[in-house]
Design a protein around this ligand. Structure first.
Ligand code: HPA
Length: 285
């Protein structure tokens, strides 16, 4: 094992020790809350707040709308570890920084990861405010967080991505959504680096290759979670139709405003999902 890898492993251990010391519960589910959705962490009972800047080894988030802290506690009676704000590649963080929190979750024994994000709608049947279950992704970030020597103790060199988004978890969402009478769409998420939004020509290209929604996150975290043997559920909040679809111009305020409007439905959905999640694993598929 190279010196660099050892050093990185040490950082994870230092981070884990710090977090374990502060925890009152052992979290079972990891939750990443995307742009405008971080307030869901306020639902957590008996919360422990760990600002990223206080956690050894953690990068610090810079984007507006991201509080930048871990929140642990209970959601719907289930112990969770929530990232309120995530690290984006476009902020200048290397992929190992972007995905570091997932390794921490893995180290804490978390087996299920719920990822939410804001995304632009490519599928013409979507509208701003649509909620999309991610069934699969396309990595157009031009890199992969697993590039480099493999940490065999973290996962295999060539991880299978056939079930990158756990089908059983997707079924849970559909059942819960039906009960709550919340409409959910399904589709393929394409991850791009940003930070510029796409051009209309790029959106036509992304539609042609099979993408339903586009965003600047999620793909790296999901790759690492799969490498680490976690089951993943991804949910996109379609905050805007992608460039060129409506003829209107895009801005970040619209993204935040739509996310705020969808928040209540997403809150109900996530609580329902977590309540149902305890027994579901990827095994037996
Ligand atoms: N493109 C990329 N990322 C996004 C978008 C978009 O239109 N909306 C929210 N995140």
């Amino acid at each position: 094992m190279s010196g660099i890898l050892l050093k990185w492993g040490d950082i994870v251990n230092k981070t884990l020790n710090y977090i374990k010391d502060k925890l009152k519960i052992m979290p079972q589910i990891g939750l990443i809350l995307g742009s405008g959705l971080g307030v869901l962490a306020e639902e957590i009972t008996n919360p422990v707040f760990l600002p990223y800047q206080d956690i050894p080894g953690f990068p610090v988030s810079t984007v507006e709308g991201h509080a930048g802290r871990l929140v642990t506690g209970e959601l719907a009676g289930v112990p969770v570890l929530t990232m309120q704000g995530r690290f984006h590649y476009y902020e200048g963080y290397e992929m190992d920084k972007v995905t570091f929190p997932i390794r921490v979750m893995q180290g804490l024994g978390i087996k299920q990861l719920l990822v939410t994000n804001a995304a632009g709608g490519i599928n013409l049947s979507f509208e701003p405010g649509s909620i999309m279950i991610i069934t699969d992704h396309i990595n157009l970030m031009g890199t992969n967080p697993l590039i480099g020597s493999n940490r065999d103790d973290f996962g295999p060199r060539f991880p299978d991505m056939t079930l990158a988004y756990c089908p059983q978890l997707q079924r849970v969402v559909k059942t819960v959504a039906q009960d709550l009478q919340i409409t959910v769409k399904e589709g393929v998420y394409v991850g791009v680096t940003g930070p510029s939004y796409e051009t209309p020509a790029e959106i036509r290209y992304l539609r042609a290759i099979g993408a339903d929604a586009v965003g600047m996150s999620t793909v790296p975290e999901v790759i690492i979670a799969n490498h680490g043997g976690m089951s993943v559920l991804g949910i996109s909040c379609i905050t805007n139709m992608a460039a060129g679809v409506t003829g209107q111009r895009l801005n970040h305020n619209e993204v935040i405003e739509t996310a705020n409007k969808v928040r209540e439905n997403l809150r109900l959905l996530l609580l329902g999902i977590i309540n149902n999640l305890r027994q579901v694993t990827n095994e037996g598929l």
